[in-house]
Write a protein that binds this ligand. Structure first.
Ligand code: GSH
Length: 204
C-alpha cells in the first residue's frame, strides 16, 4: 500500500497513527506528497481529483480518500474491531468524536491557509475570528463531555490527539490547554504511545 501525503498534514498523520495501531505500518510505503491550496499537483491529481492529501493507493491499485475512509480501510484490512467498534452505540459515539477531532484539524488548517498563505490585504478578519470561536467551542466540549471516551484508543481519540498536536505545531496561540486540565492529561498520555512517538512532528 502507498500512502501519499506529508506528516505536517494532520489528516495524513491520523492515517499513519492508525496504521501503527492496527499493525500495518510495515506494509505501508510513504510517498512524500505536498498539496498546495493554490496550485495543482499533477501527480496527486492523477490519483485523486480532489487534489488533497492523504490518498492511500491499495495493493490492488485503488486510490482511497479521504482520511476517514483510509482509517476505516486500515481497520477493515487488519481486522481491528476496537478503533471503530461494530456495536451501534459505541460506533456512532466514536465516529462523532472522530468528526470532532477532524473539525479541530479542519479549522486549524483553514486558519493556517488564511493567515499564512493568503496575501495580507485579502485576509477576511471575521472569518478568521469565526475559526477561533469554533475551536474554542470544540475544546470546551472535549473537556466537558468527551473525556471518558478519550480514555480509550479509538479512531476518535486518535483524531483529537493528532489535531491538538497539529495546533501545538502550527498555532500555539490558540492555547487549547488553558483551563482544560482533562484534555491536557489525555493528550500527555496518548502522546506517549509508540504510534504517536514515531509519527511526531519535528520542526524543519
Ligand atoms: N477531509 C480531508 C481533508 C484533507 C485536507 O484538507 N488536506 C490538506 C492538507 S492538511 C490538503 O491537501 N490541502 C490542499 C488543498 O486544500 O488544496 C481528509 O480528511 O483527508
Amino acid at each position: 500500500m502507498k500512502l501519499h501525503g506529508d506528516l505536517i498534514s494532520p489528516f495524513f498523520r491520523m492515517c499513519l497513527v492508525t496504521a501503527h495501531e492496527v499493525g500495518l505500518a510495515a506494509k505501508i510505503q510513504h510517498v512524500q506528497t505536498r498539496a498546495d491550496p493554490t496550485a495543482v499537483n499533477p501527480d496527486l491529481n492523477a490519483i485523486s481529483p480532489v487534489g488533497k492529501v492523504p490518498v492511500l493507493v491499495t495493493d490492488h491499485n485503488h486510490p482511497l480518500y479521504d482520511s476517514r475512509v483510509i482509517v476505516e480501510y486500515l481497520c477493515h484490512v487488519s481486522g481491528n474491531k476496537t478503533l471503530i467498534p461494530d456495536d451501534g452505540v459505541k460506533r456512532f459515539r466514536v465516529l462523532t468524536l472522530q468528526a470532532l477531532g477532524q473539525a479541530v484539524a479542519e479549522a486549524g488548517v483553514a486558519f493556517r491557509y488564511e493567515t499564512a498563505v493568503r496575501p495580507q490585504g485579502l485576509q477576511w478578519r471575521e472569518w478568521i475570528a469565526r475559526q477561533e470561536l469554533r475551536v474554542k467551542a470544540e475544546f470546551d466540549d472535549l473537556e466537558k463531555t468527551w473525556i471518558k471516551d478519550l480514555s480509550e484508543i479509538t479512531a476518535g481519540s486518535i483524531a483529537v490527539a493528532v489535531a491538538l498536536s497539529y495546533l501545538d505545531f502550527r498555532i500555539p496561540d490558540w492555547q487549547w490547554r488553558k483551563d482544560r486540565p482533562n484534555l491536557q492529561a489525555f493528550h500527555d498520555e496518548i502522546s506517549r504511545r509508540p504510534s504517536m512517538q514515531v509519527t511526531v512532528l519535528k520542526p524543519a
